[in-house]
Design a protein around this ligand. Structure first.
Ligand SMILES: [Zn+2]
Length: 413
């Protein structure tokens, strides 16, 4: 049920293949897929010239990808032209789909993204998961995934894999949620709990949010810090287009960086952590509001209506974020800080104090801070796209999985 080792993490493009003819073939299949995905529709000749292989070699690779339903022929490039026209190739609109899922404290969301990057099906279920056992929440997620994959299959897609974003620490096995404080999950092995008939990858929501920013964001650099929030605050460190994961896979816990050493106690055992000043509940408390439904929406609305208490609470949260980010920026020297998730929605009121603090404290020119255009959709889209990337990175594995019945789809497109 788990993905093969070289695809266990969404940012590991086909690593570890032996340098044999078989490995060469797999790499060339991936090069054809990536080229057509990025620049298609393209003729066989155009693909051959772009990747520097002979037209005959490319034709063999293309035929294999068309048979597996990963590429499709769109028909003659220039109908009516004398001679044999080249057929334009595109990645299949109705081939494999990446299934993304998100477990939030108050919701579940799933979506299917096709090889062309379009969201083809989506479903959301609201309802609090606080105090509910992991098994009950995961059962509910399994039902939602089956419902969504059914809808995707009706459109001619076949699920190539499932990636689940969770608000917690995920072990490097990419399936065990070691700790999710706001869900009260400990050592929950989703590989065991979640009954689905496709390869599974589990990762922290902040990591998937950062990957979405890297792949889908407008002009996102390859070195950046991505900071997001739901109830907790998470961050992901992207260095040269790859996630920095740390020894146990726990890198990026910005929410538990101390802002004031003698501050209030935190659930992590520390004191004065960033989450105690800029987490959703802390901001609501500081603004004199009760935690309820649509907490971020309420904060944004009240701030837009010039509610003084809310504006002050958000400005203070921005200051705390600036202090915590100073340490991270000085240590890592990213090209940019990107605010995603709930922080993107609240950015107009967080940014002034955050930028001031960062500029005042960092050495050299201040690190630019921008706001993600993906907003709260980042983690879900990043999860689904990570599966699509795995198909592009190793199309041979996707074709084999489909052949073994995992895809249960039609071959030949
Ligand atoms: Zn803490």
């Amino acid at each position: 049920m788990t993905a093969p080792p070289h695809t266990a993490h969404p940012d590991g493009p086909g690593r570890g293949l032996p340098d044999t003819q078989q490995g060469m073939r797999r790499r060339n299949l991936a090069r054809v897929m990536h080229t057509v995905s990025a620049e298609g529709p393209l003729s066989r000749a155009a693909v051959a010239s772009r990747i520097g292989l002979t037209r005959a070699a490319v034709s063999t690779l293309v035929d294999e990808l068309v048979r597996a339903g990963l590429l499709e022929e769109l028909g003659p490039e220039r109908p009516g032209r004398v001679g044999r026209p080249g057929s334009a190739l595109a990645v299949s609109a109705n081939g494999p789909a990446g299934i993304g899922a998100e477990v939030g404290v108050d919701h579940l969301a799933v979506c299917a993204v096709d090889l062309r990057g379009r969201v083809r099906a989506r479903a959301v279920r609201h309802g609090s998961h606080r105090g509910r056992p992991a098994r009950a929440v995961v059962d509910r997620l399994g039902d939602l995934v089956r419902q969504l994959t059914g809808a995707a299959r009706e459109q001619g897609l076949w699920p190539a894999g499932l990636a689940v974003a969770v608000p917690g620490l995920v072990a490097r096995d990419a399936r065990t949620v070691v700790r999710a404080p706001n869900l009260d999950w400990h050592d929950a092995d989703l590989g065991e709990l979640l009954a689905v008939d496709m390869p599974l990858t589990v990762d922290n929501e902040a990591n998937f949010g950062a990957l979405a920013e890297l792949w889908l964001g407008a002009g996102t650099p390859r070195d950046f810090l991505h900071v997001s929030a739901e109830i907790g605050i998470g961050a992901a460190v992207m260095m040269d287009g790859r996630l920095l994961r740390g020894t146990r896979g726990f890198a990026g816990e910005l929410g538990h960086i101390p802002v004031r050493p003698d501050g209030p106690e935190c659930a992590c055992g520390g004191r004065g952590c960033l989450e105690q000043y800029a987490g959703e509940e802390a901001v609501l408390r500081a603004a004199g509001l009760e935690p309820g439904e649509d907490r971020v929406g309420v904060l944004a609305r009240r701030a837009a209506e010039d509610d003084e208490d809310v504006r002050r609470a958000l400005a203070d949260a921005g200051t705390a974020l600036g202090i915590a980010l100073t340490g991270a920026v000085n240590l890592l020297d990213p090209e940019r800080v990107v605010l995603g998730g709930a922080l993107a929605q609240l950015a107009p009121w967080l940014l002034p104090s955050l930028r001031d603090e960062l500029a005042r404290r960092t050495a050299g020119p201040a690190c630019p801070v921008s706001v993600s255009g993906l907003g709260s959709q980042g983690p879900l889209l990043g999860a689904a796209h990570s599966v699509v990337r795995q198909v592009l990175d190793d199309p041979a594995a996707a074709a084999e999985a489909q052949g073994n019945g995992n895809g249960n789809g039609k071959a030949g497109g």
